[in-house]
Design a protein around this ligand. Structure first.
Ligand SMILES: *Cc1c(COP(=O)(O)O)cnc(C)c1O
Length: 423
C-alpha cells in the first residue's frame, strides 16, 4: 500500500502536519479520537472538479451524504456548487448552509410524504423519482404546489461496475432506479400532467468507481432513452449523471475529475450531438474524502498469536466503513521515529464486536507503542457522518484546519449531552 498523502498533509521533520498544524500538538489540545479536515484541500478538490466539468457545460452538485457538517457545507455552497440530498434532514441542512433551493436535487428510494411536502415547501429544483409508486405520491402531494414541479426519473442502466458489491447501485436487482422500459411508460403517462414537469433522466451507478467505461456505457443507455422519448415527442432537458468518482485509498486506483468529465463530454458529443439541455454530476466522496483524517491514539499493543493487536481509541462507531464494507483506510503515525522494522498487526478498536476491526495483517513500521498518535487517511467522506454513540461512546469531534488555525466545527457529543434526551 502506498500512502496517499496530499500537498496539505505532509511530514515536516518527522511530524505529520495538516497545512500548518502539527497533528501531535493538536492531539494534546483536543482529546482523540477526532476528525480533522483541511480547508485548502477541500477547496483545491472543488477547484479541480469545477475546472474539469464547468468548461464542458456540466454543473456540479455536491452529494452531501458524504459529509454534511454545516461548516463544510457552507464552504462548498460558497464555491457555487448545487446540492444532492437524500433526506428531509439534508434538505434542511442544505438550505441553512446557503444552497439556493433551485440548485437542490432530492434523490432517494424511499422519500416519505413528510419529506416530499418539506421539499415542495422549500421549492427545490428537482425531484429524482425512483419508482412509479413514488411518482404517484409526488403527483398527489404536488396538487397544492404553486409552481410546476420538475421531475427526473432515475433509471437503472444495468451496467456492471467494478466496486464493492455493497456500493454498486446501477445493476438489476438493486433497489435503486427504474427499468428503462418502465420509465418510458411513466413518461407517456405523465407527459401532460398539470403539476409535474417530467423532463429529466438521472442515474447513479455506484461509488468508488475507478474506471470511466461504466459511465460511458450507462450514459449511452440513458441517451438511447432520450432519443426514444424524443421520437415520441417528449423532450428531456435535464440529465443527472450521479457521482461515484473513485479516490486513491492507497492502492493507486482512482478516477480523476478530468477523465470523468472528458468521457462524459465525449459520449454526449458522439451520441447526442443535438442535446441542448442541462447536465449535472453529483460527486460526494471525491470532493471531501482526501481532505479528512481521523486522529486516534494507540491504547495498547496487545501481544497475541498469530499477531499482535494494535488497539486504538477509535472504534467502529467513529469509523464504520471497514465494518460496513471491508474498506481499508491507510493508518500512519503522527510522529515518525525513523527507520524501524516492519511488523504485521491486526488493527482494532475497543468496541465489543468482532467486526470492530479496521484491518488485519497490516504492515506497520515505526514500532507502534501505547500512547502514539496515529491517523487514518482519506476519512473525510462517509466517515464522520456514519458515526454513532454505540457502546455509550462519545460522538467524535470534528476540526477544520484553515487560515493557519484549527477550528472546532463540531464539538464532541458527550454522554451528558446524550443523556439529556433520555429523561
Ligand atoms: C451517494 C450518491 C452520490 C455520491 O456518490 P459518491 O460516490 O460519494 O460520489 C451521488 N448521487 C446519488 C444519487 C447518491 O446516492
Amino acid at each position: 500500500m502506498n500512502i496517499p498523502l496530499t500537498e496539505q498533509l505532509q511530514y515536516h521533520n518527522g511530524q505529520l502536519h495538516m497545512e500548518a498544524s502539527n497533528i501531535t500538538s493538536l492531539a494534546t489540545e483536543y482529546p482523540t479520537p477526532f476528525y480533522c479536515y483541511s480547508q485548502a484541500r477541500l477547496l483545491d478538490n472543488i477547484r479541480r472538479c469545477q475546472a474539469a466539468f464547468t468548461p464542458r457545460g456540466i454543473a456540479v452538485h455536491y452529494a452531501m451524504k458524504a459529509n454534511s457538517n454545516m461548516h463544510i457545507l457552507s464552504l462548498i455552497s460558497d464555491q457555487g456548487l448545487g446540492a444532492d440530498t437524500v433526506s428531509g434532514g439534508e434538505i434542511q441542512r442544505a438550505v441553512s448552509a446557503g444552497f439556493p433551493p433551485e440548485r437542490i436535487i432530492f434523490s432517494g428510494v424511499g422519500k416519505s410524504a413528510a419529506e416530499i411536502r418539506q421539499a415542495l415547501e422549500v421549492g427545490i429544483g428537482q425531484f429524482n423519482v425512483e419508482s412509479a409508486e413514488e411518482l404517484m405520491r409526488l403527483a398527489s402531494l404536488a396538487e397544492t404546489a404553486n409552481q410546476p414541479v420538475r421531475v427526473a426519473l432515475r433509471v437503472n442502466p444495468d451496467v456492471a461496475v467494478d466496486t464493492h458489491r455493497h456500493i454498486t447501485t446501477g445493476t438489476k436487482g438493486n433497489k435503486f432506479g427504474i427499468e428503462p422500459a418502465q420509465a418510458l411508460k411513466l413518461f407517456r403517462e405523465y407527459a401532460s400532467h398539470p403539476r409535474l414537469r417530467l423532463s429529466g433522466l438521472a442515474m447513479h451507478i455506484g461509488s468508488q468507481i475507478c474506471d470511466a467505461t461504466p459511465y460511458r456505457q450507462a450514459l449511452s443507455r440513458l441517451l438511447s432513452l432520450v432519443s426514444t422519448l424524443k421520437y415520441e415527442g417528449i423532450t428531456i432537458s435535464h440529465l443527472d449523471l450521479g457521482g461515484g468518482f473513485g479516490i486513491d485509498y492507497g492502492n493507486g486506483n482512482s478516477l480523476s475529475f478530468e477523465d470523468a468529465a472528458r468521457t462524459i463530454a465525449e459520449t454526449l458529443a458522439s451520441e447526442a450531438p443535438d442535446y441542448t439541455g442541462d447536465v449535472v454530476v453529483e460527486p460526494g466522496r471525491s470532493i471531501i474524502a482526501d481532505a479528512g483524517i481521523l486522529v486516534t491514539t494507540v491504547n495498547y499493543v496487545k501481544q497475541a498469536e498469530p499477531r499482535p493487536f494494535l488497539i486504538l481509541d477509535a472504534a467502529m462507531n467513529d469509523l464504520m466503513r471497514p465494518a460496513l464494507y471491508q474498506a481499508e483506510h491507510p493508518l500512519i503515525p503522527a510522529h515518525r521515529r525513523g527507520p524501524s522494522a516492519t511488523e504485521q498487526f491486526d488493527v482494532v478498536g475497543p468496541v465489543c464486536e468482532s467486526t470492530d476491526t479496521f484491518s488485519r495483517n497490516t504492515p506497520l513500521d515505526n514500532a507502534p507503542q501505547a500512547g502514539d498518535i496515529m491517523a487514518f487517511l482519506c476519512a473525510g467522506a462517509y466517515c464522520s457522518v456514519m458515526s454513532s454513540g454505540y457502546n455509550s461512546r462519545d460522538i467524535t469531534a470534528e476540526l477544520l484546519i484553515g487560515q493557519g488555525q484549527a477550528t472546532l466545527i463540531r464539538r464532541r457529543i458527550t454522554q451528558a449531552d446524550l443523556m439529556q434526551f433520555e429523561q
